[in-house]
Design a binder for this molecule. Structure first.
Ligand SMILES: C[S@@+](CC[C@H](N)C(=O)[O-])C[C@H]1O[C@@H](n2cnc3c(N)ncnc32)[C@H](O)[C@@H]1O
Length: 396
């Protein structure tokens, strides 16, 4: 049992009482007790005071007592923010590392995505990034962005990145990095970014980030299936920092969700095909597992898996079917991307399908942000260093 919970129980305290005594809100205490969040030192010390127990007895193994070269709170910007996948992913990662994050700028030019984002995060993203002067972006530490993949022009002299990438949305990332010089960035893109335009697109991106902007950069092709989400979604993740780092691409997968975990129990009839259509489909395809997602490819061949193929923003209605009987509901699509059920759906089925298809797999990107920040900026406490004073009363 987590030591905070154990000590609290031994002292006969409820979580509400500890929240009151420590000044740490109950949701946060609950996440710490369930080991979903590592408290930063300031919070660890408050809990220690609330429990009248020395911090080192509660958090002796805790990465909260690591050194960080990152400012607090960590200010970040959410470019091409869609419905906020990076917000959820970064929150998870920050919580696990005991860091505080603050979004200081977001942008997406899709009005419906802006509507969803505002309903869920209370901030309306600014629109077209190409029209925003980098000088008007507030100062920040981290840049997040899942940008659309576009070919770069191969005409002209191609002297600098302005020449090489102008007219693409990567250009807008590069000009903001150049102007604001943030500490680090995490970018996400489709699998074929690497092979796009014979590899030229990706080579240009890497050379702009490394050679022209001076960032140390690493990247990897990852699959959401390997991060506990029942969706085969392969994406390239690019991480970069001004300082040298060695990225740890081995991940701890904390929670694994199966297709059955993601599927809703009571699904509205409008998602079902007619009995005649279902019978016809079932005559053509015999699945080996259930529940399964049936996937019809462009030539009409059906295959089925105990997970979903990648959600796509512009796919046909029948591209993915649950047991050949019905379409996925909006909530199921969001769950396949790792969005929590608190996410409010405020747009039409059509729009949310597009938004979910465009989003990032939250669990996968959270793991990348966590490992990246840990690899590049957090170092274990040196053994000779002493822990904070043991008497909580003396600490405040
Ligand atoms: C791949 S999606 C990113 C989704 C996001 N990461 C999420 O989790 O929902 C790309 C987003 O870029 C937005 N976009 C495209 N062109 C843009 C522009 N010129 N300015 C701002 N956003 C743009 C699209 O509306 C879309 O939401």
């Amino acid at each position: 049992m987590n030591k905070v919970r154990k000590t609290r129980k031994e002292k006969g305290m409820s979580q509400e009482r500890l929240a009151e005594m420590s000044g740490v809100n109950r949701g946060r205490l609950s996440r710490i007790e369930r080991q979903l969040s590592v408290p930063p030192l300031s919070i660890a010390l408050k809990i220690s005071k609330g429990l009248s127990t020395p911090a080192e007895e509660l958090f002796d193994e805790s990465p909260a007592f690591t050194e960080t070269t990152l400012p607090q709170p960590l200010r970040y910007i959410d470019l091409f923010c869609g419905i906020g996948g990076f917000r959820y992913a970064s929150k998870l990662a920050f919580d696990r590392l005991g860091l505080e994050g603050e979004c200081v700028f977001s942008s997406d030019n899709d009005l419906f995505a802006q509507e969803s984002y505002e309903a869920n995060f209370g901030e309306k993203p600014l629109g077209d990034i190409t029209k925003i002067d980098a000088k008007d972006v507030p100062d920040f530490d981290l840049l997040f962005g899942g940008f659309p993949c576009q070919a770069f022009s191969i005409c002209g002299l191609r002297k600098g990145f302005e020449d090489k990438t102008k007219g693409t949305l990567f250009f807008d990332i590069a000009r903001i990095l150049k102007e604001k010089r943030p500490t680090a960035f995490v970018l996400e893109n489709v699998k074929n970014l690497a092979s796009h335009n014979g590899g030229d697109t990706f080579r240009t991106i890497l050379s702009v980030l490394r050679d022209e902007l001076g960032y140390c950069v690493d990247y990897k092709l990852l699959n959401a299936l390997d991060f506990g989400l029942p969706q085969k979604r392969e994406r390239v993740l690019i991480v970069g920092a001004k300082k040298r780092f060695e990225m740890d691409w081995n991940f701890d997968v904390r929670e694994k969700k199966t297709l059955a975990d993601v599927l809703e129990k009571n699904v509205d009839q409008r998602f079902y095909a007619s009995p005649a259509v279902v019978a016809k489909r079932k005559a053509r395809h015999k699945p080996e597992v259930s529940p399964a997602i049936w996937h019809e490819n462009k030539s009409g061949n059906v295959s089925s898996y105990p997970y979903s193929c990648a959600l796509r923003a512009g796919a046909s209605h029948n591209y993915l079917l649950v047991d050949g009987e019905r379409r996925l509901t909006p909530r199921e699509m969001l769950r396949l991307q790792g969005f929590p059920d608190e996410f409010k759906i405020v747009v039409s089925d059509f729009q949310i399908r597009k938004q979910a298809g465009n989003a990032i797999p939250v669990d996968m990107v959270a793991a990348v942000i966590e490992n990246f920040l840990r690899s590049a900026f957090l170092s274990p406490r040196r053994p000779s260093e002493s822990l904070p004073p043991a008497r909580p009363s003396a600490l405040f």
